[in-house]
Ligand binder design. Structure first.
Ligand SMILES: NC(=O)c1ccc[n+]([C@@H]2O[C@H](COP(=O)([O-])OP(=O)(O)OC[C@H]3O[C@@H](n4cnc5c(N)ncnc54)[C@H](O)[C@@H]3O)[C@@H](O)[C@H]2O)c1
Length: 260
């Protein structure tokens, strides 16, 4: 299937590693240029240098997605460098495995700031450019936790439910400008994020990390973890005009663990 992404310009927050990093690679493979926005600037720059080739350029912009000034600078830099922004992928996020009895106010605030407020800030900043172009694709990486709360992840779930709801509302607002807004809800991927969850659960329960991982796998009907490229494939589809009649959706990529 020809996605027609050659020559498009995408911003990927959290693109320095993990799922975001794989999405950056996917865009480059399709011939799009990418701006990586991440707090891990050295990793982002290294990936940008590795991937810049041919007509597809990759740039790294040091960005803390919770800071309006950083986000405004990101959008201004992308516009200056490329003259347009066709696609925004919000992948930057954090997690923390804590039960409610342990969650402090600062934990709650940080979770909501990084995972939810950031999506407001980047969308707000990119919207005027997409509206002027009457073209845009915004893809938010939510989570299975954006549809279903799991123990140990209540503040994470609150932040991801926020992303899912925001996606639906903004999709309806921006439809009149021919801008599609969708979310992807990954299930379980063994990135740095899940390694941290395994550390916390192993410390809490005394169980070996691999036993906890195996139990998590048992909850997946297809009995396998999702891989970054599984998420990238859906993001590329939603970034293209092949999916032009899809907006406001939150697409599960969870091996059947979540089916709505
Ligand atoms: N790994 C999973 O199982 C899983 C499941 C469901 C959803 N997700 C979602 O997928 C996305 C990517 O997660 P991942 O597994 O690749 O995690 P990861 O920790 O490997 O990557 C997250 C990236 O976000 C960046 N980031 C964090 N805070 C930031 C900030 N303030 N400003 C800028 N960048 C910041 C990090 O530096 C990192 O590069 C996240 O939105 C996550 O919630 C992951």
């Amino acid at each position: 299937m020809e996605l027609g992404l050659r020559g498009k310009v995408a911003i990927v927050t959290g693109g320095a590693r993990g799922i975001g990093g794989n999405i950056v690679e996917g865009f480059v493979r399709e011939g799009a240029s990418v701006v990586i926005a991440d707090i891990l600037y050295d990793n982002a720059r290294e990936l940008a240098q590795k991937l810049s080739r041919g007509k597809a350029k990759v740039r790294a912009v040091r960005t803390d997605v919770t800071k309006k000034a950083d986000v405004d600078n990101l959008i201004a830099t992308a516009m200056k460098e490329f003259g347009r922004i066709d696609i925004l992928v919000n992948a930057a996020a954090i997690t923390q495995d804590k039960w409610m009895v342990e969650i402090e106010e600062a934990d709650w605030d940080r979770m909501l700031e990084v995972n939810a407020k950031s999506v407001y800030l980047t969308t707000k900043a990119v919207m005027p450019h997409m509206m002027a172009a009457r073209y845009g694709k915004i893809i938010n990486i939510s989570s299975r936790s954006g549809k279903e709360g799991m123990p140990g992840l209540s503040h994470y779930a609150a932040s991801k439910f926020a992303v899912t709801g925001f996606t639906q509302a903004v999709a309806k607002e921006l439809a009149q400008h021919d801008i599609n807004v969708n979310a992807v809800c990954p299930g379980i991927l063994r990135t740095d994020m899940w390694e941290k969850i395994l550390d916390a659960r192993s410390a809490r329960t005394g169980l070996p990390r691999e036993e906890i991982w195996a139990k998590a796998m048992e909850t997946i009907p297809l009995k396998r973890p999702q891989l970054p490229e599984d998420i990238t494939n859906v993001v590329l589809f939603l970034s293209s005009d092949v999916s032009r009649n899809i907006t406001g959706e939150s697409v599960n990529v969870s091996g059947g663990a979540r089916v709505d």
